[in-house]
Write a protein that binds this ligand. Structure first.
Ligand code: ARG
Length: 561
């Protein structure tokens, strides 16, 4: 807690801002006088009164509470005493009273936030590059719900384009039902890669593929059925991963859903005089805004990614009346989002300002960057499984008798993958390293999980007391309480800045402080019952806050480790 800020908020001096007050509040030379002091000399000229009188008047106006317990005016200084006990009491009582809802609020009541995330491409590998959008989006989804908003999770499927014609062509030529059924995305991707290889020598395959795509669009029963089947197979595969990562969607309306919703958008653009022809294509000129033109229709009349996104945004506004619509998509697509946001603005959509591109950096594997081209990709499923296996090995080494080792390894492994992607500021590129994310002593989820298990084991032996009193407090204890009391503010800031990393870092910071407390202060063998009870309560409060924080990130906490 920032006491200076707290005090500044409680004081009013005409003509002086809170920031100026904040700057003036300082630690007094003699702590006998108080924990903080405000010199009133600077206000004398402004208020045409002596500093002594000003300090006296401010003192009379000041309402003490369970944070600032005493205020005194001495020689033109206003001195404050902080009631650490009151603060600690207030913080812990709040945590126990609110439990799993500690940190939640209803500030978003009545507001809907659409979150477009994960947004996979049908029949394409779900690879490590999709990790960030999936876990960032999933965390934002939970965070917004926690703050009382209605979050709508949208998987804007990439299910539109000639690649589906290619897939049908390849399937008809080389595929068989059983292999594909068994192999799922991997088998589909192999077909796709094979098509590209073969089409180099047989350009006529490409024409065939285009024809098949047209047939899908026209609803030809056979082609449409195959396309639907590819979609189902893909979703069946990725759902396994979504389940592991605790990811949910309210809508899977993908690009093809907008096939029949683009025409009105194009019409409106034309009516508003925004469309111009450029080399046969229909585009919106954005030169004035320092961007290349946004292409709306190709010369053959077919639509583009941006056209479908404009139809999607329009549809979402109508369907959900969103307060904000977030797109959790890699920064490589910065221009795309800037362009179509701008075009919607030029169309006079006042809600275009509520569209937000939540951009994030690249993830690569330590053992070598991936290349999508030649079918040589790192499947996310493999990364997760490898993390679980490695976690199992470490746990088995540390605690071979642990029950439910598999379950624990799953929570630890999955947690490591999630926090590996969430720990840093989202715009940073990440090099994913198994050793780093599974380091028990690092700034990692497993460190936090291990700390929670430690707290739980203390609580098992000591049982958290129903009621407790506040003993003489050490700095280590006060620091821990200060840290856990920051949780509600941390959640709010994470939502405001679209930065779940704030919560991940918060959890590591709390765990570090807890461990300092654990090693510095005896809990179960404390000097007296009062102290022991308080320390148990502090342990229970810490465990609760860490649980709440990790729940928002989608990371489970094993009871024992
Ligand atoms: N499927 C796209 C891709 O993999 C991401 C879609 C993001 N969402 C959107 N509305 N454009 O690149």
């Amino acid at each position: 807690m920032d006491y200076k800020k707290y005090i500044a908020e409680k004081i009013n001096v005409d003509g002086v801002t809170k920031e100026e007050l904040y700057e003036l509040i300082a630690l007094p030379p003699n702590t006998e006088m108080g924990d903080y002091a405000l010199p009133c000399f600077k206000f004398a000229k402004l208020l045409r009164k002596s500093p002594v009188m000003i300090a006296e008047a401010l003192k009379n106006d000041f309402q003490t509470d369970d944070v600032v317990s005493e205020v005194s005016a001495v020689n033109g200084y206003l001195n404050f005493k902080i009631d650490k006990n009151g603060f600690v009491r207030g913080a812990l009582d709040k945590i126990f009273a609110e439990g799993d809802a500690y940190g939640a609020s209803d500030e978003g009541k009545g507001k809907t936030v659409c979150i477009d995330y994960s947004s996979i491409n049908i029949a394409k590998p779900f690879h490590i590059g999709h990790l960030s959008t999936t876990v960032l989006g999933g965390a934002l989804y939970r965070i917004y719900n926690f703050l009382g908003y209605k979050a709508v999770g949208i998987n804007h499927l990439g299910d539109y384009g000639t690649q589906f014609g290619k897939l049908i062509s390849a399937y008809k030529r080389w595929g068989d039902k059983e292999t594909i059924e068994k192999g799922g995305i991997r088998a589909l991707n192999e077909l796709y890669v094979k098509f590209h290889r073969e089409a180099e020598e047989h350009p006529e395959y490409d024409d065939e593929a285009r024809a098949y795509f047209k047939k899908i669009e026209q609803g030809d029963p056979e082609c449409y059925e195959l396309f639907t089947w590819f979609k189902e197979l893909t979703l069946k595969d990725v759902n396994k991963i979504y389940e592991l990562l605790d990811i949910h969607f309210d809508s899977y309306a993908g690009e093809s859903f907008y096939s029949d919703k683009m025409q009105p958008v194009v019409e409106e653009l034309r009516e508003k005089g925004l469309l111009v022809e450029s080399r046969g294509a229909q585009v919106v000129d954005l030169e004035e805004y320092g961007m290349s033109p946004c292409i709306i229709l190709k010369s053959d009349g077919s639509s583009l990614y941006a056209t479908r996104d404009m139809a999607a945004a329009t549809y979402r506004k109508k369907e959900y009346d969103f307060y904000k619509c977030l797109y959790v998509v890699a920064y490589q697509q910065n221009l795309h989002f800037k362009q179509f946001f701008k075009v919607l603005e030029l169309m006079g959509k006042d809600w275009a300002k509520d569209l937000v591109h939540v951009a994030y950096g690249m993830v690569s594997l330590e053992e070598g960057t991936m290349s999508t081209r030649k079918g040589n990709v790192v499947f996310l499923e493999d990364v997760i499984n490898k993390c679980i296996e490695k976690a199992y090995a470490v746990i088995d080494g540390k605690n071979p008798d642990l029950e439910d080792k598999e379950e624990v390894a799953k929570k630890v492994g999955v947690g490591a993958v999630i926090s590996g992607a969430l720990y840093n500021n989202k715009i940073k590129d990440i090099v994913f390293s198994y050793d780093k994310v599974l380091n028990f002593d690092g700034e990692t989820s497993v460190y936090v999980q291990y700390t929670c298990a430690r707290a739980n084991s203390v609580l098992k032996k000591g049982l958290a007391p129903e009621s407790f009193e506040i003993p003489e407090l050490s700095t280590v204890e006060i620091d821990l309480v200060k840290a856990i009391a920051e949780f509600p503010e941390t959640v709010r800031a994470a939502a405001e800045k679209y930065e779940p990393s704030y919560i991940a870092r918060f959890a590591v910071d709390v765990a570090q402080r807890f461990n300092k407390f654990y090693f510095d202060c005896k809990i179960l063998s404390a000097e007296d019952d009062r102290t022991k009870n308080f320390r148990l309560a502090l342990t229970a409060a810490t465990a609760q806050v860490l649980k709440n924080a990790f729940a928002l990130l989608g990371i489970g906490i094993p009871e024992k480790m």
